[in-house]
Design a protein around this ligand. Structure first.
Ligand SMILES: *Cc1c(COP(=O)(O)O)cnc(C)c1O
Length: 366
């Protein structure tokens, strides 16, 4: 539920058109009595693999568990290092730490994603993997290294093919393809890695009761798979509408009186951005956000605290100032509504509300 006239997101959007199919899918699972794994999960995995053009799609319990089981399947050892961006949802760094490996951060680029040059500079003899985050739905530029690359594609399903050894996706309800609860998947073209992930998804048992690796319970529920099967064919269309809305925001901001004070998302014609979020950068961000809140416009800050400044990573020994681009972005970033149902009039309201405030209160950005 939301009390905003223009919410940041409403997870019920788009459900009306498929409500009958969703109800039928849920009833089918209830009647089948198969609630974990089984034919719904297998059918969803093969439909998802086809949709993204990957050899394997492995359904798991969440985007977090997708990262965790992919990293566990690389057989990382304590003391190994995994390089990633300091600016992402916590799961990216949390999953690395949970394997026993050490998260190593490198600063971000103009596009708010891991800077490939900075990442390459952090490579050491201990580096066993790099996790590149396709932040907000934009495929990150990838460093060219010999270690396995995992794409955290939680926000970018449908933005393009798997480019790393594996890509992990999330079906958290606010992602572009959202389940009715927690769900995720790992996508890969690597047969051996897919097998290692399937093994660890269910406590490493092969055969049953004989555990050849320590995994976890990372399984996907049949109910979530059945719901996702109904929604998956709509993903392309939803992403297209987000992209149209993003183009319209770009134009509206450029035409506004505050074009010099609002930094728009970096655009690149070679890069298919699917805008899970549309994030602008503005000075006095918290004041702008309060103004939008008062006007009934939902916003969010992704992400206010970079990983290297999180209390749980104090042991890694990073100081404030270590990653100036990420720290600067954390202070200025503001996600504004971008969902497909957003109307042109609503977008004009969002832009004019920002402009009305910024024009009088905020200096030019950067
Ligand atoms: C949502 C998200 C995750 C985690 O996904 P869950 O399904 O919520 O566990 C991981 N990384 C990024 C970048 C995300 O946005």
């Amino acid at each position: 539920m939301t009390d905003k006239s223009i919410p940041l997101v409403d997870v019920r959007h788009g459900l009306a058109i498929q409500r009958k199919q969703i109800d039928a899918a849920i009833a089918r699972v209830i009647d089948s009595g198969v609630f974990i794994g089984g034919p719904e999960v297998e059918a969803f995995e093969s439909e998802l693999a086809d949709a993204v053009g990957a050899r394997h799609a492995i359904g798991v319990s969440s985007g977090t568990d997708a990262l965790l089981v992919a990293l566990m399947s690389l057989e990382l050892k304590p003391g190994d290092e995994v390089i990633t961006s300091p600016l992402s949802f916590f799961a990216t760094a949390g999953a690395i730490a949970r394997t026993g490996a050490r998260p190593v951060f490198a600063d971000i680029d103009q596009d708010l994603c891991l800077d490939p040059t900075a990442a390459a500079a952090m490579m050491s003899g201990k580096t066993q993997a790099i996790v590149a985050v396709n932040l907000f739905g934009r495929p990150a530029a990838l460093p060219d290294t010999m270690v396995p690359l995992i794409e955290d594609a939680a926000q970018s399903l449908g933005a393009g093919p798997v480019r790393g050894r594996a890509a992990t996706v999330s079906f958290f309800p606010t992602k572009n393809l959202g389940a009715f609860g927690d769900a995720g998947a790992v996508l890969t073209d690597d047969d051996a890695l897919a097998d290692a992930i399937r093994l660890r998804r269910s406590h490493g048992a092969r055969p049953r009761h004989h555990h050849v690796a320590v995994g976890g319970n990372f399984r996907l529920d049949a109910l979530q798979a059945a719901v996702l099967r109904v929604k998956l064919p709509h993903l392309e269309g939803w992403s297209a509408r987000r992209r149209e809305n993003a183009d319209r925001y770009d134009r509206l901001f450029r035409e506004s009186r505050v074009a010099d004070r609002v930094v728009l998302p970096a655009r690149d014609p070679d890069c298919r951005h699917i805008f899970n979020q549309y994030v602008v950068r503005v000075k006095s961000r918290d004041l702008v956000r309060a103004r939008l809140d008062a006007a009934g416009i939902g916003t969010e800050i992704y992400y206010p605290v970079p990983f290297h400044l999180q209390p749980c990573f104090a042991n890694l020994g990073y100081a404030a100032g270590a990653f100036p681009h990420a720290e600067h972005a954390a202070l200025e970033s503001l996600a504004i509504p971008i969902y497909g149902e957003l109307t042109e009039a609503q977008q004009e309201t969002v832009v004019s509300s920002i402009a009305a405030f910024v024009q009088h209160n905020v200096g030019a950005a950067r």
